[in-house]
Design a binder for this molecule. Structure first.
Ligand code: ADP
Length: 737
């Protein structure tokens, strides 16, 4: 009964799965890329926005600071002027006014005017060009008068609206006047200070806090009053701040020289962009890596599928064992062979997927495999422990294999050939053994069948030989039977002639006749027996036997055949110290071969050889290596023509009408079964045919071959024995016609 194969997962709809996996991967990658693009764009936009915001804040701060600074400065000077007044005859105070003008914080001129607004006293800045050099002061008084009138009304300092004062060289400057009403104790009237807005602004322009900005003073309607700054503003980041002065207000406008932040020169943005590019590069590399991995996985899956298909389709069993001798893998063929499922075969470590420790177990019962026949367990365990100790694994073992016996689950033992090789992992460490196991039972059955057929064929061939000899036998038996008959009738005649008791001569004559009858009957019986013995001996057994014994056994039958055609038979064996050793062979078959070859030789000579020349020589001699004995059967016939030679050993090929064509093919099989071959060539004198084969020398004989110098006269047979001189006078006699 064939056990069920271990269940293996059925084929999956691989293309559909692969397609779905690919679609999902594409979707994931697209989503990832989209997210990255959005995130990076946002990041860049935010960083640009942040840069702009910072620049704008900077500009706002500059504007606020400038406005505060201008207002503070103007108000401070206003307070100082108010405190000084402009004395008409106080030299000390006059010096203070002059010092104020020298400090050049925008104050260009100080006038003391009377109640009637006429100038009482005036002092200009010492630095040329002075105001009102180009245009008389009287023409530029409108704004001043208005402001001073207002100042007197409120009794507090007031600034006039700004007005343009032309200067030499086609230039001009915006000027603001400060009117400080003086108390009556000081002489009444007004103190007027004229400030150049450009000078006021220039003072700020020198300060670092305002660098990078163009500062402009403008009126609320947008008219530009004064401007300061090394470079012009870019008009991108602009801030305005109102300067509220008593009686007059204006705006300070700060304009950053920096333009809109561009993508690259900006460090933060450059960093963000650089990082984004690096991120994209990493993602691209990851994608490539992923693709390569997917390709490698696909190739691996294909290789695995191919390997699985190969293992599943192999008729050879495959088995892997770990270093403890436990089965870690078995292919379906091996499972089917031993009739166990893979689950039943795998060791516990392999089933759990855990790695067993590499120390070989001394006598762990778990290593006994379920497919080991119980009677072999001790031997197999010994073999395994030898293997585990690193012995018993010859280099040829994997190539040549080891024959052993396994057991199926139903208890049936069967022969297997195991080819085993070490299993080495990627790091070069041995992790176990891999074996290919071939079930030999079918091969053994075929061999047995062929052996039986061979035996049957050989038996048939023997019977055929006997059949051919039947006529010869009848002729051979005829002689003794005729003699018996004539002796019997002679005896009867004697008896009829007289009463034996009365005739004293008659008694010895009768006795002699009866003796002859007994002899002839014995002779006939021996002829029958020799044929019977030849036909009956069929068990194929190898035994040690001397070459002379082999010849002796076949010679009676050979001579029987030879007699008809008058062929002489010669046996040539070495004698003396060179005496032949025994050979080990299947005696019956070798005798059959000798008989066949002799018969073929005799028949060949019957056809076309002069009767006087007909000679068949049977000889034996040691081969050159001393390990075999060469047997030769040579005739003086016509030899083997080339067209016959081509098909000489083909079964059923014959040139004789009554031949079967099996003789030589059988001879060759027997010669090969004994480790040799059947060869042929011309006879000793270049005539006829000589067939040759060799048999192995018996082992005991090989061992004692060298010192085996036999005692003188121990030779069992002389060389060149004539047919008539052989041991069996009854059957072998009279080969001569
Ligand atoms: P069979 O004897 O039945 O013909 P064999 O196989 O013994 O079958 O021989 C095949 C053929 O080989 C013979 O028919 C013969 O032609 C040839 N042959 C065999 N032995 C000899 C020999 N000694 N001399 C010449 N021809 C031979």
């Amino acid at each position: 009964m064939t056990p069920p194969l271990p269940t293996t997962p059925g084929p999956t709809p691989a293309p559909r799965l692969a397609q779905r996996g690919r679609a999902r991967r594409v979707l994931l990658w697209t989503a990832l890329m989209a997210l990255l693009v959005v995130a990076q764009s946002l990041l860049v936009a935010l960083s640009l926005n942040f840069e702009s915001g910072r620049a704008q804040d900077d500009t706002e701060r500059v504007a606020t600071l400038a406005a505060a600074e201008i207002k503070r400065e103007l108000m401070r000077q206003a307070r100082e002027l108010q405190a000084l007044g402009f004395p008409l005859a106080d030299a000390e105070r006059e010096a203070a006014v002059a010092a104020l003008l020298r400090q050049r914080h925008g104050l260009e001129r100080v006038e003391r005017r009377g109640e009637d607004f006429a100038v009482r006293r005036v002092q200009d800045t010492p630095y040329p060009p002075t105001l009102f050099a180009q245009m008389p002061r009287g023409e530029l008084l409108t704004e001043t008068q208005l402001a001073c009138a207002a100042a007197r009304i409120v009794g507090a300092p007031r600034f006039s609206r700004s007005y343009f004062v032309p200067m030499p060289g086609g230039q001009g400057t915006e000027v603001v006047d400060l009117c400080v009403p003086l108390p009556a104790a000081e002489g009444g009237g007004t103190l007027v200070g004229s400030f150049s807005l450009v000078r006021v602004l220039e003072r700020l322009g020198d300060e670092r806090a305002f660098s990078g900005h163009e500062l402009t003073l403008v009126e609320p309607d947008g008219t530009r009053l004064a401007r300061v700054g090394a470079t012009r503003g870019a008009g991108v980041f602009v801030a305005r701040q109102v300067i509220d002065l008593p009686g007059f207000s204006m705006q300070v406008r700060a304009d950053g020289t920096r333009g809109r932040p561009s993508l690259v020169p900006n460090l933060t943005t450059a960093l963000v962009v650089g990082l984004s590019l690096a991120l994209f590069a990493v993602v691209a590399l990851l994608a490539r890596d992923g693709r390569r991995r997917a390709e490698a996985e696909r190739a691996l899956a294909e290789a695995l599928a191919l390997r699985r298909a190969m293992e599943d389709s192999l008729p050879t069993g495959l088995r892997a064992r770990d270093l403890r001798g436990r089965v870690t893998y078995a292919n379906p063929a091996f499972c089917a062979m031993v009739g166990l499922s893979a689950q039943q075969l795998l060791g516990p470590a392999a089933r759990d997927g855990t790695e067993g420790d590499a120390a070989p177990p001394a006598d762990d019962a778990s290593e006994v495999q379920p497919y080991w026949p119980p009677e072999y367990v001790p031997e197999y365990r010994r073999r395994l422990s030898r293997r585990l100790q690193g012995q018993g694994h010859g280099p040829n073992e994997a190539r040549e294999g080891v024959e052993t016996v396994f057991m199926r689950s139903n208890g049936e033992r069967f022969p297997v050939m195991v080819y085993e090789a070490p299993l080495v992992d990627g790091a070069g460490r041995q992790t176990g053994w891999m074996s290919a196991v071939v079930d030999l039972s079918a091969q053994r059955r075929v061999e047995e069948l062929s052996r039986q057929q061979q035996e049957r064929l050989q038996a048939s061939a023997r019977l055929a030989t006997v059949g051919e000899m039947a006529s010869l036998l009848s002729h051979e038996l005829n002689q003794p039977l005729a003699a018996i008959a004539s002796y019997a009738s002679g005896s009867l005649n004697l008896m009829d002639d007289g009463v034996p008791e009365a005739d004293p001569e008659l008694r010895p004559m009768l006795r002699q006749a009866l003796q002859r009858i007994a002899e002839q009957a014995d002779r006939a019986g021996r002829v029958i027996k020799s044929v019977h013995a030849f036909v009956r001996r069929r068990e194929q057994q190898h035994e040690s036997i001397g070459a002379e014994d082999l010849f002796e056994a076949v010679l009676p039958l050979v001579r029987l055949q030879a007699r008809k055609s008058g062929t002489r038979i010669e046996v040539r064996l070495p004698t003396g110290p060179a005496r032949l050793s025994s050979v080990r062979c299947d005696r019956t078959m070798v005798e059959q071969v000798l008989l066949n070859l002799s018969r073929n030789g005799i028949q060949a000579m019957e056809a076309g050889t002069d009767p006087a020349q007909r000679l068949l020589v049977l000889s034996a001699e040691p081969a050159e290596d001393g390990r075999r004995i060469v047997f030769t059967v040579a005739d003086q016939g016509p030899g083997i023509p080339p067209d016959v030679a081509a098909r000489l050993f083909t079964p059923f090929f014959t040139t004789r009408a009554e031949g079967m064509g099996l003789g030589l093919s059988l001879c060759r099989t027997v010669a090969e079964q004994h480790g040799g071959a059947l060869a042929y060539g011309p006879g000793p004198q270049g005539r006829g045919a000589a067939f040759r084969f060799s048999l192995p020398v018996a082992r005991a004989a090989v061992a004692e071959a060298a010192p085996a110098a036999p005692a003188p006269g121990a030779s069992p047979r002389r060389a060149g024995t004539e047919s008539g001189d052989t041991a069996d006078p009854e059957v072998l006699s009279s080969t001569r016609p």
